[in-house]
Design a protein around this ligand. Structure first.
Ligand code: SF4
Length: 352
């Protein structure tokens, strides 16, 4: 049979990330841009902001009449109140009684910080990252401080556990950086931390000020509340998830997280339906049977074998890992081989 290259791994991945590649190739509009062109009723005429939001969210894919690829995004006329503006209005309300993640602290973030320790959004660093997955680089990666998890082996603890370290950037200054980085060659803007969930209001405001048509990446532990996931739907083009644990016991013991499995699987389903996705799984020593296999089984059964997967072997016993026997050493080569073999036997074709 003639091989036309369709089954080449690179082409399969391109197919799985087709929305993302369409934007890069100038054939598609970033979701945030499309959202900023969809008119909605002004919030002063709305009794229930969510009702309007959910109506537009349901019909999002049908709203292409507002997008015109022939006109550069910054030249298009925006409505007086857009779907993107509506998202920001709702995020402001959630910020006042914070439920951006499933810890649901319910505190007013204008006055105090919750479990994540984040009050004002601070940036530890931003640069063109060349160490992300091949389709993503160079990736304009923005590291925000603070995290909703307390992983004992955190590989980024200087950022995640010190929310007050870092710099304050106004939203318009950060948006300008994002536009400038695009001109320097970035293929996307990649929000990470710590974790980006505590920063949803700040990030939405920033994104609404970007001029360039650029894919938005959400690089997260996926512990967002359902409400937050619905706000991200129609803004994020590619979800880069960090799927850590295959059960609640490991999640509680190593990251101090309750109800992990239900929340994270729910959010993977929401994300999978609303954008492209790459799922990362960092292999932990001694956790292939209890975590890796159940995660791979779940992805296969719920999202299918075409999902782009990155099974990562770069675990290092950092931070407080030495206090936990199971993860105080390095990953064995055999564990990596077992994990990848298992994924291949299930039929996953898009392994990065
Ligand atoms: S983002 Fe922070 S303050 Fe908000 S609910 Fe989560 S942990 Fe609490």
């Amino acid at each position: 049979m003639k091989d036309n290259g369709e089954n080449h791994p690179e082409n399969l991945i391109k197919l799985a990330l087709s929305h993302y590649f369409n934007i890069l190739e100038g054939e598609g509009l970033s979701y945030f841009y499309k959202s900023s062109l969809i008119p909605v009723k002004d919030k002063k005429f709305l009794y229930d902001l969510w009702e309007e939001h959910e109506q537009v969210r349901k019909d999002f894919s049908l709203n292409d009449e507002f997008t015109n690829l022939k006109i550069p995004p910054w030249k298009q006329v925006k409505p007086s109140f857009s779907y993107m503006d509506l998202k920001i209005s709702i995020a402001k309300k959630l910020f006042d009684e914070c439920i951006f993640c499933e810890r649901r602290c319910g505190i007013n973030r204008n006055d105090e910080s919750g479990f994540c320790g984040v009050k004002k959004s601070k940036i530890a660093s931003e640069f063109l990252h060349m160490g992300e997955e091949a389709p993503l680089i160079p990736s304009h990666t923005i590291f925000l401080t603070g995290c909703t998890f307390k992983c004992v082996y955190c590989q980024n603890m200087d950022i995640s556990q010190h929310p007050d370290q870092g710099f304050l950037y106004t939203e318009d200054k950060l948006a300008k950086f994002i536009d400038d980085r695009k001109l320097e060659g970035s293929r996307n803007v990649n929000f990470v931390g710590g974790d980006p969930n505590p920063h949803i209001l700040y990030i939405l405001k920033t994104i609404s000020l970007i001029r360039e048509n650029i894919p938005v990446i959400w690089n997260s532990n996926f512990y967002a509340s359902q409400e937050a996931m619905y706000l991200l739907d129609g803004v994020v083009d590619l979800y880069l998830s960090d799927f850590k644990y295959g059960n609640d016991e490991c999640a509680m013991r190593l990251s101090g997280i309750s109800n992990y499995w239900n929340v994270v699987t729910r959010n993977h389903k929401i994300a999978f339906e609303s954008g492209d996705m790459i799922i990362r799984h960092l292999l932990l020593p001694g956790h292939v049977e209890c975590c890796t296999f159940p995660i791979l089984d779940w992805i296969y059964e719920n999202l299918g074998k075409g999902v782009v997967l990155n099974i990562m072997d770069q675990y290092r016993p950092l931070y407080r890992a030495f206090n936990h026997n199971d993860i105080s050493g390095f990953l064995q080569r055999q564990e990596y081989v077992e994990a990848v073999d298992y994924a291949r036997k299930l039929g996953f074709v898009n392994l990065i």
